[in-house]
Design a protein around this ligand. Structure first.
Ligand SMILES: C[S@@+](CC[C@H](N)C(=O)[O-])C[C@H]1O[C@@H](n2cnc3c(N)ncnc32)[C@H](O)[C@@H]1O
Length: 233
């Protein structure tokens, strides 16, 4: 990846973007390096197909009493995680927000289980009782996280009406056993080189929630290197 040369440059662009012209998973990667982009998305889907059923079992209470969910954001429009949620909780109405550059307007999956809405999550998130951000914020700067969380607040009702944001992401925990802390830090290094984002510890997450005007949060059981937050308006 030309890291040695990159260190000598006076740039803020991550090395992956310097080399490929876009960050990991950015929609323009589809044209810049079709094979790589396809592989990255297949890896994400494999990760979800394996991990989501386990996560839904471990965190079953998360969706109790929830009638509607907006899932941010679907890659190909056929998102494994959103599908797993509606299969496990058939009463939940699920909308997947898709980058407008990948889709125009609104459509439904062939089986009608999911609605897809095109929108830029920095500017709009379709209203629902709960917004799910799974591995979204760790791609992004603190400023963009604040913008997206502000949109989440607009999209959900008050806490007494069941409004909450569910965030699945890496939480660096310096007290984790050695190999688990190594896994968290490796994701951090990977994302610093491939995206504009970073991994955060609980204090950094708390500050991000507070800056976006959320009043409270719960850090649910850790799940390998990943954790789940419930964040309340
Ligand atoms: C790696 S995925 C995020 C992970 C995804 N939530 C999941 O769990 O599978 C990144 C996706 O976000 C989409 N995306 C990036 N910026 C966006 C934006 N501003 N609004 C909506 N979608 C966006 C990209 O098109 C890409 O499909």
């Amino acid at each position: 990846m030309g890291l040695a040369d990159w260190f000598k440059k006076d740039v803020l662009t991550p090395p992956f973007e310097e080399l490929h012209g876009a960050t990991l998973f950015h929609e323009s990667m589809k044209n810049l390096d079709t094979d790589f982009h396809k592989m990255a998305n297949e890896a994400l889907e494999a990760h979800d197909n394996f991990g989501i059923p386990i996560a839904l079992r471990e965190f079953r209470d998360l969706f109790n009493g929830i009638q509607s969910v907006t899932y941010c954001c679907g890659g190909s429009g056929d998102d494994a995680a959103a599908r797993a949620i509606v299969k496990a909780f058939p009463h939940i109405k699920c909308t997947v927000l898709v980058d407008p550059k990948m889709m125009i307007g609104t459509k439904s999956s062939d089986d009608g289980l999911i609605s897809y809405v095109a929108g830029d999550m920095l500017n709009f998130i379709p209203p629902a009782q709960t917004v799910v951000l799974k591995f979204v914020l760790h791609f992004l700067t603190d400023e963009d996280c604040a913008k997206i969380l502000a949109q989440c607040r607009k999209a959900i009702p008050s806490r007494k009406d069941g409004g909450k944001v569910i965030i699945a992401d890496i939480v660096i925990d310096y007290n984790s056993p050695g190999p688990m802390l190594e896994a968290q830090l490796l994701v951090d290094i990977g994302f610093m080189t491939m995206t504009k984002g970073r991994q955060r510890d609980e204090n950094e997450w708390r500050q991000i929630f507070k800056n976006a005007g959320f009043t409270d949060y719960k850090l649910l059981k850790k799940f390998g290197a990943r954790s789940v937050f419930e964040v309340y308006p």
